[in-house]
Structure formats: structure tokens, C-alpha cells
Design a protein around this ligand. Structure first.
Ligand code: ACM
Ligand code: ZN
Length: 618
């Protein structure tokens, strides 16, 4: 299929516009090259585009409630982005966007768009496919907010996702977020074609979901009296943090997400990260407490007692209520960061180890195997209800059942290890896909995006069969230092745009340069939806490349949109009279580089600065 660039057609269209300059102004034209990039875009050169105006009607098949809802979503996106209120109906007319199911499309989340001046036909293999099709229309719209009419180029699109699991995790335990805000997050995920919302609901610092059989979990466990102000320091802020979701509220979130074709995966993290539960029910721990909900962060020695039948029953009861609320096939039971120091001394844990004849092997300590036993018992409850257990990659330390799906977070290598061990694996390494990681939050401008975009979800060197075990990619936000929606969104965006291309777009189409050319429009959509994205994307990124066998480095300066950059190397503030960056240049050890980016009709970007310090030999 012939691929043309939109710009050629736009130029022809603009020329036509100028020839008929006396008539009403030409509509502002959209672009199908959205994020994530669809698999195939063919634009029909010379054909008139589809114009969106008030008589435009979105048609859905009569009696199909999901499609009706989807049609209304599209109408609301069009209103929000372009200011035009279109119609929704079951009757096809001229000037309509027709939503259809087409069983001939082989991929279950796939869709096709055919666009001409009379109509847009959107065919989805399923209702989910149609939903991703309307997201593409949504993102192809120019952001005019009522200032101009809009059109979409004629042509056709064929699209389907690369990964079936496209996830995003939010921790609501370190800080609590309201039901309304969780819905907004779900809208943000929908904009990025994400189909799993992993909801981290229990932690040391707070228990956030109502469990009817254990009411103290929320009466006591959802309240923390204050929080550390800075990592590693003693000072506390004196501000209580509390809040939990009732079961009805959680069901409402499940419904809201399902309407957007997003599955909510609940996580109850065990047997570690359980201090809030232990503070509520001290008899569940090895020592019997007393326990206090921590006001600082980290990994705590106090964990559930894996040798106590009552504790196991607690875990099973909690998960049974969780499965009543959440219909998700996957149920996440954590398994990360569980120190074994209490188990090594606990008579109940040691008795259980003896009863199970667990012996330390070169690969797995007997306490790690006790964790595998505990998780395995819990897994039985999950599988007995037709669900699947998911856990963080530390569960591999205890030789878990192969049916467990592993979320590989500790490193990219953990993804390979898990896949080689024949576990279905989701890759979400702390080094690339933890958007709350303070170290990576310091990256500014294009560097911050490139860190995510350049991650390779399926590592080299795996056999084809092992590669197939990697079923998805996920971004995560832990909220130790995320107290409000502004910081939440600042961490998510625009990195989530890079994430969604890793999840959706074919790796053969991966191209950072091409991606960044599509990014400004995504940023405009964030503005239209009033999302708070990380503004330093507009700054110049400074990158040092060490020159071998010298203490010099080569400096590259970039912006995502390739605008002019002016720089200094003498510590002074750059202006437009400073050297304009043309190509990488060499600097000596200790040189401070400062740079500004200049965009048409705008003030200079904030100054970025970095100093080259060559690695010193010991
Ligand atoms: C984790 O970050 N402890 C899963
Ligand atoms: Zn114990």
C-alpha cells in the first residue's frame, strides 16, 4: 500500500484554499500520524477531506449499547478538542462517521478506517477495536477549540496493537486519590490505548480497599498520622493521610474502566508490605506486634507470618472479597521485597518449613520456598475461581508455579530470566518504566522521553519461544513523593506517550525522531484536556558522550521539535547572540554548558545547564 506524507496533501489543499480565497476560511486539517502510530496509513492524494461540522453524525448499530457509548465518547472528544457539537444516531446519513463491527478483521483489538469527503467508516473486529479507532480519530483532530472548523484527510488506516497487555500501575496507598481522580487517570490511559489499569491497593503505609470480613483494615489501616518530608531524614510533616474505597466505589471504577475497554487488576501485596494490615490485626505477624503504620518508606522486616494458618485464611478471605469486586482474570498478589528475617526465628514459620520438608538448595533458601508455598496456597483460591495469579519478579526466588504471570520490575534482565523460566511476563523495569523514579524524574526535555522510548521490551538473545512469553509492557507510578494530581500527571506525561508506542506500535516502526515530530500535537491534546504535562520537554537537552582516552566529552544539544538552540560554555547565560548549535562539539573536564531553545513567537525556554565531569580513576 502506498504511503504518502500528509504534508504533500496539505500543501495541495492549502493551494486550493488560496485559489478560492473569497469563500469561507478553509477548515484546519488533522493528521492521522498520531501517538501511538497506526500500523498502516494511506492517504489519498488529491481527494477532498472529511469535514466535521454540526450536522456530522456518528452512527452506531441499533441496540449495541457499547457502540452507543463509544459514539458518545467520540462526540465528547470532538466537542472538547474542536468545539463542534456533532450528532449521535443509529441512522446513517451523508456526512457521517459510521461505527461497525467487522468479523473479517483478524486481530481482536484491530480496526480499520476508510475516510472520504462523505463519510468515515470505522470497522472494528470487536467493540474494543472500534474504541481504539475512535481514539485515533480523537487524536487526529486538530486542536482548534472552536476557533476554526476542522477536516480529516481522505485515505485509509489499518491498525492493531503489538502487545495484548498494555498496562499502567498507580499506587494509591502512599498517597490517596479520590474516585473522581481515578476516573480521570482512566481517561488518560484510554487516550493512550492502554487496556489494563493495575491498581495497587495495599501497602505498609495504608490499606485502601474495604474488606467486609476485616473492617479494621480500613478503620485502622487506612490512616497514617504523618509522613517523612525527605528520604533518609527524620522530620515528619504532621499531616495525616487517610482514605479508602468502599466496595461499591471500587465496582464503580471497574465499570467506568470497562466502558473504556480497560480492565482493572487489583493488587493486594503480600506477604511483605503488610504493615497497615499488621497494625490492624497484629495476630497476623510472626511476633504479634504491636505494629504501627510507618510514616517513612522502604522495606520493613515485619511481614505476614507464613506459618500461621490464620494468616493464610486471612489472605484467602481478602482475595475472595477482592475477586467479588473485580472480575479481572489477573489478580495481583505482590510478592516483592519480603525480608525473611522474622520467618527465620518464628516457631510457626519454622514448624511449617519442617512440615513441608523444605530444604535450602543452591538456588532457593527454605524461607524463599516458604514464600512460594504461601503464594501457591493463595494461588489455589485464585485459580479455583477461574482467575490467574500475578506477582512481582521476586516470586521467582521461590520457584513458583509456572502458571503465575510475572511482572518483571527489578531490571530489564529480570524480564529475560522470567521469560526463560517459561512464565508469562510483563516488563516494567524500574530503570526505564517507573515514572516516579526520582533518578529518572531528573531527566529533562528529550532525554526524559528518550529514556522510555529507547527501552526494548523484548530483549535480544531470547529464543523465539521465550520471546513469546513477554506478553506486555507497563508503566508504574509509586506515590511516596506524589501527593497530588499535578505531580501525578507531571510524571505520567508526556512519557506515557512514549510508553504507549512501546506497547502498541510495531517495533519495526520504532523511530524516536519520527515519534518526536508527532509529540507536539499530543501535548496540544493534553492542554485541551487540561492535563499537567512535564513542561521541561520544551528545554534543550544536554548530552555528554565521553571521548575515549581523554577527559573530554562530546556535547549534543537537542529538543524534541528541533528548534534553534543557543549555548554557552563559559558559565554565562545564553542569549540569541550566543553560538547557535549546529553539531556536536568537544568540551574539557569541568566545562559548564548552558543552553536555551527558541520557538517562533515565544519567549526563550528556561536555561538548561549541565557540567561535564569526566569519570575519575580510583
Ligand atoms: C516494587 O517496586 N517493589 C514492585
Ligand atoms: Zn511466622
Amino acid at each position: 500500500m502506498k504511503n504518502t506524507t500528509f504534508t504533500k496533501f496539505a500543501a495541495a489543499f492549502l493551494l486550493l484554499g488560496s485559489l478560492t480565497a473569497c469563500s469561507s476560511p478553509e477548515p484546519t486539517q488533522g493528521d492521522w500520524h498520531v501517538i501511538p502510530l497506526p500500523k498502516e496509513i494511506s492517504e489519498t492524494v488529491g481527494q477532498r477531506p472529511f469535514i466535521i461540522n454540526e450536522p456530522t453524525t456518528i452512527c452506531f448499530p441499533k441496540g449495541n449499547e457499547k457502540m452507543e457509548r463509544t459514539a458518545h465518547f467520540l462526540a465528547s472528544y470532538i466537542k472538547e478538542v474542536t468545539g463542534t457539537q456533532v450528532q449521535v444516531a443509529t441512522q446513517a446519513t451523508q456526512n457521517c462517521i459510521r461505527l461497525l463491527i467487522d468479523n473479517n478483521i483478524p486481530q481482536k483489538e484491530g480496526y480499520q478506517l476508510d475516510i472520504n469527503s462523505d463519510e468515515i467508516i470505522l470497522r472494528g473486529a470487536t467493540e474494543a477495536g472500534v474504541f481504539y479507532g475512535i481514539q485515533t480519530i480523537h487524536k487526529a483532530l486538530p486542536v482548534t477549540e472552536g476557533k476554526a472548523s476542522v477536516s480529516l484527510p481522505a485515505g485509509s488506516i489499518k491498525d492493531y496493537p503489538h502487545f495484548g497487555y498494555r498496562g499502567f500501575m498507580v499506587d494509591v496507598c502512599r498517597h490517596f486519590f479520590s474516585v473522581d481522580y481515578i476516573k480521570e487517570i482512566i481517561d488518560m490511559l484510554a487516550l493512550h490505548n492502554i487496556n489494563y489499569f493495575h491498581w495497587h491497593l495495599s501497602e505498609d503505609q495504608g490499606w485502601r480497599i474495604e474488606i467486609k470480613k476485616y473492617p479494621k483494615l480500613t478503620e485502622i489501616g487506612s490512616y497514617r498520622k504523618e509522613t517523612i518530608i525527605k528520604a533518609g531524614e527524620e522530620e515528619r510533616d504532621g499531616i495525616p493521610v487517610s482514605g479508602f474505597y468502599t466496595q461499591e466505589e471500587a465496582k464503580e471504577i471497574v465499570r467506568y474502566a470497562a466502558e473504556r475497554f480497560i480492565t482493572v487488576i487489583p493488587e493486594i501485596d503480600m506477604p511483605g508490605h503488610m504493615m497497615a494490615a499488621l497494625a490492624s490485626y497484629p495476630e497476623l505477624g510472626c511476633t504479634g506486634g504491636p505494629y504501627e503504620i510507618p510514616t517513612c518508606f522502604g522495606v520493613f522486616d515485619e511481614v505476614l507470618c507464613a506459618g500461621n494458618e490464620k494468616t493464610l485464611q486471612f489472605a484467602k478471605d481478602v482475595l475472595n472479597e477482592i475477586m467479588d469486586i473485580f472480575p479481572s482474570e489477573y489478580i495481583h498478589i505482590g510478592g516483592d521485597e519480603c525480608p525473611k528475617i522474622r520467618w527465620e526465628k518464628c516457631p510457626k514459620c519454622q514448624a511449617k518449613i519442617r512440615e513441608l520438608h523444605l530444604k535450602t538448595t543452591p538456588k532457593h533458601t527454605k524461607e524463599n520456598q516458604l514464600q512460594a508455598y504461601f503464594m501457591g496456597e493463595v494461588e489455589k483460591v485464585i485459580t479455583s475461581r477461574g482467575r490467574k495469579m500475578m506477582g512481582w519478579d521476586e516470586i521467582l526466588e521461590g520457584n513458583p508455579t509456572k502458571s503465575s504471570t510475572v511482572m518483571a520490575w527489578t531490571s530489564p534482565e529480570a524480564t529475560s530470566r522470567s521469560a526463560k523460566l517459561q512464565h508469562k511476563t510483563i516488563t516494567c523495569p524500574i530503570s526505564h518504566l517507573y515514572f516516579s523514579n526520582p533518578r529518572w524524574n531528573e531527566l529533562r526535555g528529550l532525554n526524559s522521553i528518550a529514556r522510555v522510548y529507547n527501552y526494548t521490551p523484548v530483549p535480544q538473545g531470547l529464543s523465539e519461544a521465550d520471546q513469546k512469553n513477554i506478553i506486555g509492557v507497563q508503566g508504574c507510578i509509586w506515590t511516596e513523593w506524589t501527593k497530588d494530581s499535578v505531580k501525578m500527571e507531571w510524571q505520567m506525561m508526556p512519557r506515557i506517550a512514549a510508553l504507549c508506542e512501546l506497547q502498541w506500535t510495531d517495533p519495526s516502526q520504532k523511530d524516536l525522531d519520527a515519534f518526536t515530530q508527532r509529540l507536539q500535537h499530543q501535548l496540544d491534546l493534553y492542554t485541551a484536556h487540561e492535563y499537567n504535562y512535564k513542561q521541561d520537554i520544551y528545554e534543550a537537552s544536554i548530552h555528554f558522550n565521553p571521548v575515549e582516552e581523554s577527559q573530554h566529552a562530546t556535547v549534543s544539544l537537542t529538543t524534541f521539535d528541533k528548534v534553534p538552540i543557543f549555548y554557552t560554555t563559559d558559565g554565562t547565560t545564553p542569549t540569541t547572540a550566543s553560538p547557535c548549535y549546529k553539531k556536536p562539539f568537544k568540551v574539557a573536564d569541568g566545562t559548564q554548558v548552558k543552553a536555551i531553545a527558541i520557538r517562533n513567537n515565544q519567549l526563550p525556554s528556561p536555561v538548561s545547564e549541565a557540567t561535564w565531569n569526566s569519570p575519575k580513576e580510583n
